[in-house]
Design a protein around this ligand. Structure first.
Ligand SMILES: [Zn+2]
Length: 440
């Protein structure tokens, strides 16, 4: 079946099946760190959205051994990362698909999107799945607009900490393995699901409205986090004041022993390399950035990858808000600095509202997105701006959105003229003038 028949996102072709939605993933995993061996048993509760004669799941680099549909063994094919189960799908019906699989998980890599997914560390594992890496560790409907709940258990050798995007229900030891059980009750897209495994310890951090913790290599002390990860409760409290309740039950930052080029957000959890344990602004700003993604991206999530500015523009703006709050800089100084830097870069190849897969994570998307957010704020004034953004986050909490929905929201709350001011930022390539305060 062609990619269009299953409605793949054009930015991540050949992933996902729009004929079905997965409502719940029940993943039972066993992992051997030595030798990198994963054995999985996944049960997906699915609902049919369109009549079709087959169901497609994504599973990359791992081998499905058995498939059961509603408890009965069923035939399947597995070709180039697509697991196809032929059966009549009638509209509105629910079915469970169980896949038993195993193998040596490794990242998936494409020219346009780079590498993502399950990756071995020096002594452990990181999963950085955005945007196309989820199928490297579980069979899934890999579309950003299919949010589901999850129950995930993973057994690993004793001595390792297993962190998963969700709330820990408990651990149990059997033989030479410890099983970690997690639940994710807030609907989550596949790319925001993660597993982190390492010889870590957990540091609880007080002072925020929800539990905040840092899971870090054992040799790192609380004092080492002073001025960087220790700021997370204050950041979370600050963002809660601006944007409303933190959308999940807790927040965890995992610091790997290895150095990592860039940090990454997952649902309720962010991952950083040990090189970010540093009081330099370059590290602190990314700690604020990843945390703010819990509102912008993880709770309110793009329906299509082309709308990535709704995540990255706001997260970048949150860096500037924290810079001002913590006395490092002012939003105005950051706006002027980054507008000047952007103005020196080519603009012709990038449209913010649809940058194309190769430029999805281009720094200009982040900075131009943040400048557009600031233009909106200056036009509305602080009180109205934050009220409208809080309304947006509340209305779409745990949901899926598009740029058009955002513009509709702005139009409804603040009128056509306000929505129109965003057009040149979003749909034209030339850089609009630097947004400056209107003189009273
Ligand atoms: Zn980001």
């Amino acid at each position: 079946m062609s990619a269009t028949a299953t409605g793949s996102d054009p930015y991540v072709p050949r992933h996902g099946d729009s004929n079905v939605e997965v409502l719940h993933y029940d993943l039972n995993l066993a992992y051997r760190v030595e030798g990198n061996r994963l054995d999985g048993d996944a049960t997906l509760t699915c609902r049919v959205l369109e009549e079709a004669d087959a169901l497609h799941l994504d599973l990359h680099g791992l081998h499905p051994q058995k498939v059961f549909v509603d408890g009965r063994a069923h035939g399947f094919t597995h070709l180039r990362g697509r697991l196809t189960v032929k059966l009549p799908l009638s509209l509105g019906t629910e079915l469970t698909v169980r896949v038993k699989y195993s193998g040596k998980p490794r990242p998936v890599s494409t020219r346009a999107l780079g590498s993502a997914g399950w990756e071995e560390l020096e002594d452990g594992v990181i999963v950085a799945a955005q945007p196309h890496g989820a199928p490297t560790w579980f069979p899934c409907n890999d579309r950003p607009d299919n949010k589901a709940t999850y129950a995930i258990t993973l057994s690993a050798p004793p001595g390792y900490t297993v962190a998963v995007s969700g709330e820990l229900q408990g651990t149990s030891r059997k033989g030479n393995a410890v099983t970690w059980s997690y639940q994710q009750t807030v609907p989550m897209p596949t790319y925001l699901a993660t597993v982190q495994i390492g010889r870590y310890r957990t540091l609880e951090q007080a002072g925020a409205p929800v539990p905040v913790r840092t899971i870090a290599p054992r040799e790192l002390s609380v004092a080492d986090l002073e001025g960087s990860f220790a700021l997370q409760p204050a950041m979370l409290t600050f963002f809660t004041g601006l944007f409303g309740d933190y959308p999940f039950a807790s927040y965890t930052a995992v610091i790997t022993e290895d150095e990592l080029e860039i940090p990454l957000e997952s649902q309720g959890l962010s991952t950083f390399g040990s090189n970010f344990v540093d009081t330099a602004w370059e590290s602190v700003r990314l700690i604020a950035h990843e945390l703010s993604h819990q509102w912008f991206g993880n709770s309110v999530t793009l329906e299509r990858w082309q709308d990535i500015w709704l995540h990255e523009g706001f997260a970048c703006y949150c860096e500037w808000l924290w810079a001002e709050e913590s006395g490092v800089s002012t939003v105005r100084a950051e706006v002027e600095k980054h507008h000047t830097l952007l103005a020196d870069l080519p603009q012709d190849d990038l449209q913010l509202a649809d940058p194309g897969p190769a430029l999805m994570f281009d720094d200009r998307v982040y900075k131009r997105g943040a400048l557009a957010v600031h233009a909106l704020r200056l036009h509305l004034g602080d009180a109205r701006f934050f009220e409208i953004i809080r309304g947006w986050l509340t209305e779409h909490r745990a949901g899926s959105v598009t740029t058009e929905l955002f513009l509709e929201h702005v139009r409804r709350e603040a009128g056509e003229e306000t929505a129109a001011l965003l057009s040149p930022w979003l749909f034209e390539t030339a850089l609009p003038p630097c947004p400056v305060p209107v003189r009273a």
